[in-house]
Design a protein around this ligand. Structure first.
Ligand code: G6P
Length: 609
């Protein structure tokens, strides 16, 4: 949610800022802007819409200068417009600010500190630039410190000052920020992909730290002005992993990366027939304490949690509830030392999930995180963290992070079960064997022939207005994610229903214009789902069945189209079942001409509550 970049060094800032923003556009894309200090003073350019609009404005007046900041926005306060785009300037035009997050008390600040000031935008951010001007008395750092005494909220800020053009100052409360360490140049970004083509040496900025960047050095101080000794990390990803690599869209690339991501999330975690994690080791006593698990997450990660519930209850015999994070924290859930809270988040920075995590910890619950982002807020604040190792996920619609979240849950469930003794060695061996086979089976689903079948199905959906997904048990958890994928990127209204529940009201919506996608992989409910399929067929719905290849014959008899999945252990099968649904969403959106990686109104990571 909002991408910020900063550069100071020996090269022209403009191309570096634009390139960095391009890498961060997944964080927000309703407007963008840059500010650069150069021979002409402090110059800004901003534009509503995608970054391409800003680039179009620029060639006529190239802005020179070797220090600058940039921003790509996902609107919170004030609609997308040129005026609301960042950077925001102080009234005298000598300070420029880019901001990710929310200044919660901006209205009080306007009243108490900035009475009489005229503002050019409807944003909360503009008060920061005004405060810097008000507090500036020849010392930029001091003005920033005074400003930080006044503002409340969750934010990351990057600021420049015309009077002190040899430095950028950056600070963060809750929104993420990473510094890139170069040679005679330094970088700031909301996320690692923006740094990768320049440096792989990076410093993660923590809450309440203030960073002073010059071309030659980076100094990081705490709230009291003491210098902090920070670790410089080497990023393991290469620049290509954040590029489209010949694919039309990041989403397609990320769908195709799944076999590889499966190998990574499994790697080193199955040893001699047992699950082991290098990140942590739990004891029997510790596990015995946990009488209940809450899985808390948002969006796609919440859907992964629904599968998790079935895993933890079945394998580890621990009652499990799943809740969306934005509801969980406000309903006073029963949390204590006997509760385990599992937070799941691709980005590790979703504000609702972070808040739920803090609520859990405040009540004495232990927290395990499943996340993809190293050093993210959720990883740092949890008691234990299990990384997905899926590589950067850029497309707003999550795919490989979702399937690797499922694998992480299966591993964790099996790990609990082996410690608690709630699984036989034979069943454990079967599950681990089935997990190890996943990369190969996922690869089969990405064959040209299968993609061709999906394309034909997607063509049939291009003019559809409403669509139903049905399934039972684990199949139901997966169709929820399938429907979300389709809605997010194709804008077709889709509903996922527990197949047995359809007849209790919603069947009224089924007509020959409402196609139904039935996921029918779970053998234990296969026959029941087939009956539900017959119910919708009897109301003239066009039905696509997604089932295992052993059901080919029956599926062909009762449906209009079939997609057949390779046989897999039924309990593990959901990881494969979702892949055709991801592909249906992708190709339907593609045929409808949608912007797949940047769907309207959405952002990849949502750092406001
Ligand atoms: C946003 C994204 C979703 C994502 C959700 C949770 O809404 O658009 O795709 O599932 O955030 O993100 P997280 O990073 O916590 O998994």
């Amino acid at each position: 949610m909002c991408g910020i970049v900063g550069y100071i060094g020996k090269n022209q800032a403009l191309p570096i800022l634009l390139e960095g923003l391009k890498k961060l556009e997944y964080r927000g894309y309703d407007s963008s802007g840059i500010a650069i200090i150069g021979p002409e003073g402090l110059t800004t350019e901003k534009s509503v819409g995608k970054l391409a609009n800003l680039e179009q404005k620029l060639p006529s007046r190239t802005i020179t200068g070797t220090i600058g900041i940039g921003h790509t926005r996902w609107a919170t306060h004030g609609r997308p417009s040129d005026a609301n785009a960042h950077p925001h300037l102080s009234p005298n035009g000598r300070f420029a600010v880019v901001h990710n997050g929310i200044v919660e008390n901006y209205l009080q600040i306007k009243e108490h500190y900035l009475a009489g000031h005229t503002f050019c935008s409807e944003t909360d951010t503009e008060v920061i630039a005004h405060l810097l001007e008000k507090f500036y008395d020849g010392d930029f750092e001091d003005a920033v410190r005074q400003m930080l005494q006044v503002v409340r909220g969750a934010f990351a800020l990057v600021m420049i000052c015309l009077e002190e053009p040899d430095k950028i100052i950056a600070c963060r409360k809750d929104s993420p920020m990473v510094l890139g360490v170069g040679d005679g140049e330094n970088f700031i970004a909301s996320d690692v992909p923006a740094l990768l083509s320049h440096t792989r040496q990076c410093i993660y900025v923590e809450k309440d730290e203030i960073c002073l960047l010059t071309a030659e050095k980076i100094i990081i101080k705490d709230q009291n002005g003491n210098i902090i000794d920070k670790t410089v990390h080497t990023i393991a990803w290469d620049a290509e992993s954040a590029e489209k690599d010949g694919y039309d869209d990041f989403m397609l690339k990320e769908i195709y990366e799944q076999p590889q991501a499966f190998r990574k999330v499994l790697s080193g975690r199955i040893e001699q027939g047992k699950v082991a994690f290098s990140e942590f080791e739990l004891t029997e006593n510790e596990l015995a304490k946990w009488r209940k698990i809450y899985i808390v997450a948002c969006g796609t990660a919440y859907h992964a949690g629904l599968v998790g519930k079935m895993i933890f209850e079945k394998l580890a015999h621990i009652p499990t509830e799943v809740e969306v994070a934005s509801e969980f924290r406000y309903r006073e859930p029963m949390l204590n030392e006997e509760t385990l809270v599992l937070v799941i988040s691709q980005s590790g920075e979703t504000a609702d999930t972070v808040a739920a995590l803090r609520e859990a910890k405040a009540h004495g619950a232990k927290v395990i995180a499943i996340t993809n982002v190293l050093g993210s807020a959720i990883a740092r604040e949890s008691d234990y963290t299990l990384y997905l190792w899926a590589g950067p996920e850029i497309s707003v619609a999550s795919t490989k992070a979702y399937t690797t979240m499922l694998i992480a849950e299966y591993l964790l469930g099996a790990y609990f079960a082996q410690i608690k003794g709630t699984i036989t060695n034979e069943r454990l061996a079967e599950i681990l064997h089935a997990l190890a086979q996943l990369p190969e089976k996922a690869q089969q689903l990405l064959s040209n022939d299968f993609i061709q079948q999906i394309n034909t199905i997607a063509e049939g959906y291009q003019k559809v207005h409403n669509l139903f997904f049905i399934g039972r048990g684990l199949d139901w958890a997966i169709v929820l994610e399938g429907a979300l994928k389709l809605k997010e990127i194709s804008y077709i209204h889709a509903e996922a229903y527990a197949a047995g529940e359809l007849k209790h009201g919603t069947l009224a919506l089924i007509t020959d214009e409402t196609p139904v996608i039935a996921l029918c992989v779970q053998e234990s409910t296969y026959e029941k789902t087939i009956s539900n399929i017959k119910e919708v067929k009897a109301r003239d719905a066009q039905v696509l069945i997604v089932t295992s290849e052993n059901h080919q014959q029956e599926a062909a008899q009762i449906s209009d189209a079939q997609l057949l999945l390779p046989l897999a252990d039924n309990f593990i099968a959901p990881i494969l079942s979702v892949i055709p649904l991801q592909l249906i969403a992708y190709y339907t959106a593609k045929i409808r001409g949608c912007n797949i990686d940047q769907p309207r109104n959405l952002a990849k990571s949502v750092t406001v509550e």
